[in-house]
Design a binder for this molecule. Structure first.
Ligand code: ATP
Ligand code: MG
Length: 444
């Protein structure tokens, strides 16, 4: 007997859940934050069901440290809100309760039912309303991946698995729950999440979950740019930027998020800008591993450098001088990019600074070098210059000069600046053209 995919899915859905008793799994209460435990017990003692769910259960079973703890319950958001003094209702499309403990927050979600086809889904298949409450079982089926739909029951410490998440964890597979195309259409951000989890957990995408990615990637253009910005930070600034970026490129998703950069990547896959981006992503991962800060402004400076450098060159070819040519290129590239990924202005301003300072780093005479050194974005601009050198741009000398200048005594610094100036003066005297004052500005 050959069952259709839908029937097979129905049969799986109708099956009883797998319940893994405490003695047969490794998740222990000692790994759960005391705040999350307070919320779980608070709900349980008030007579509600309460489970840990999502990334925290998945990560603990895989032996990773969870980023945060999410709780699911049959209590309504209002009931949860009444139960915990320091809690507040948030979200509209998706109502939740945040229970606060100082700076920490435990997110509590009420079980959701599947979206009703007629009312809550738009013509592309996207969910526009998601506030119909349901049972634990319904809640499990509407989650994204099987490994994200495991529930840790505070009543008996068992793990409840409706969708085959335990088997997939054991097999190292990331599998979308249900019909893959429908689920991607309901929320195209699931495509980004699939890739993020591969990069983060080093698991494999299930064949079918991967198969639909390149074809459906274009649905991401319908996602609000602000949500895509949030997702980009999770993709690129959580310590796995290199593998994640490679997957985004491989599945044609990078192209959709960063169309101009994607073009450069296709036209000049071995080019300097691509090398620079790869180096930047390696550094980003390394910095996160060393608990050093990373900034979105620097990340976007690296991602968008290819298109900016290209447009800068084109502007100069049209006889615009270096600084305005770069400024124009920066404004153009950023204003187009933010339509797709809404990078907030507080970051794009710094991104532009980093680029413009690439020219100013070459203007070191007189007091300029000192002034640059005290510029708040000097360090980022200098790091960016090092990246450019690393990727093969011919500015070793300039970079070495700045490296030395930063760590020199005042006396040494004066000598370094003086060593720059005489050549210029001699040249001027020789040429008897004292009016020439512009030096090297156009040579970055
Ligand atoms: P992490 O927090 O480590 O990035 P996570 O899986 O916990 O990963 P969250 O964004 O915190 O991700 O979401 C918590 C849970 O909510 C998920 O594990 C999943 O069960 C569910 N979820 C999140 N986003 C979606 C979505 N777009 N569609 C369906 N379910 C989702
Ligand atoms: Mg989470």
């Amino acid at each position: 007997m050959e069952l259709s995919e839908a029937t097979e899915h129905q049969l799986i859905q109708d099956a009883a859940p797998l319940v893994v008793p405490r003695s047969e799994h490794t998740l222990s209460r000692s790994q759960v934050s005391s705040q999350a435990l307070k919320v779980l017990y608070g709900l349980k003692d008030a007579g509600y069901e309460a489970y840990l769910v999502g990334g925290c259960v998945r990560d603990l079973l895989l032996g990773h440290k969870p980023k945060d703890f999410d709780v699911a319950t049959d209590a309504s958001p209002e009931q949860v809100n009444r139960l915990f003094r320091k809690s507040r209702l948030i979200g509209r499309r998706f109502k939740l309760v945040h229970v606060g403990f100082g700076r920490d927050v435990i997110e509590v979600a009420t079980f959701r039912a599947p979206p009703e086809a007629t009312q809550h889904i738009d013509e592309q298949g996207k969910i526009v309303q998601d506030n119909v409450f349901g049972t634990l079982e319904q809640d499990a089926w509407r989650r994204d991946f099987t490994i994200n739909a495991l529930y840790y029951n505070i009543r008996d410490f068992s793990i409840i698995d409706y969708t085959g998440g335990i088997a997939d964890l054991q097999a190292g597979k990331i599998r979308l729950i249900g019909d893959v195309e429908t689920r991607y259409r309901e929320d195209p951000v699931r495509m980004l999440r699939a890739i993020r989890f591969v990069g983060k957990l080093n698991l494999k995408l299930d064949e079918n979950t991967a198969y639909h990615l390149p074809r459906l990637a274009k649905l991401l253009v319908n996602i609000p740019a602000a949500r895509l910005f949030d997702e980009c930070l999770k993709l690129y600034l959580t310590g796995n930027a290199v593998p994640t970026h490679n997957l985004l490129v491989q599945y044609g998703i990078f192209d959709l998020l960063f169309p101009k950069s994607g073009n450069i990547l296709k036209m000049e896959p071995e080019g300097l800008a691509v090398k620079l981006l790869n180096r930047a992503l390696e550094n980003t991962d390394k910095r996160i591993e060393e608990s050093k800060p990373v900034t979105p402004a620097f990340l976007f400076a690296a991602i968008l450098w290819g298109p900016v450098a290209r447009e800068w060159q084109q502007n100069q070819d049209h006889n615009i001088s270096a600084i305005p040519a770069l400024q124009q290129a920066a404004i153009n590239v950023i204003s187009r990019q933010v339509q797709r990924v809404a990078i907030p202005k507080r970051f794009t301003l710094v991104t532009k600074d980093i680029w413009i300072m690439q020219i100013r780093l070459n203007m070191r005479q007189g007091k300029r070098g000192y002034r640059l050194l005290s510029h708040p974005k000097f360090r980022a601009a200098y790091d960016f210059l090092l990246l450019r050198v690393d990727s093969g741009e011919p500015y070793e000398e300039l970079a070495e000069w700045w490296t030395a200048f930063q760590f020199s005594t005042e006396d040494e610094q004066q000598k370094m600046v003086a060593a720059l100036a005489p050549d210029k003066q001699k040249k001027r005297r020789r040429k008897r053209k004292p009016s020439v004052t512009k030096v090297a500005e156009n040579k970055v």
